[in-house]
Design a protein around this ligand. Sequence first.
Ligand code: ZN
Length: 48
Amino acid sequence: MDQTKARSNESVVCPECGQPTTPRQLGEWGHCRKCRTADSRAVQPLRW
Ligand SMILES: [Zn+2]
């Protein structure tokens, strides 16, 4: 699961924020990890 660094020469750009990310993340989530985190936070905020 930690091959993202080994494949860092394969770079794509997140369509949402324009940051470079991995094809794997785009394939799985449709955007980069940062956007996914922000997205899931918006959907499921911390349970206060
Ligand atoms: Zn992004």
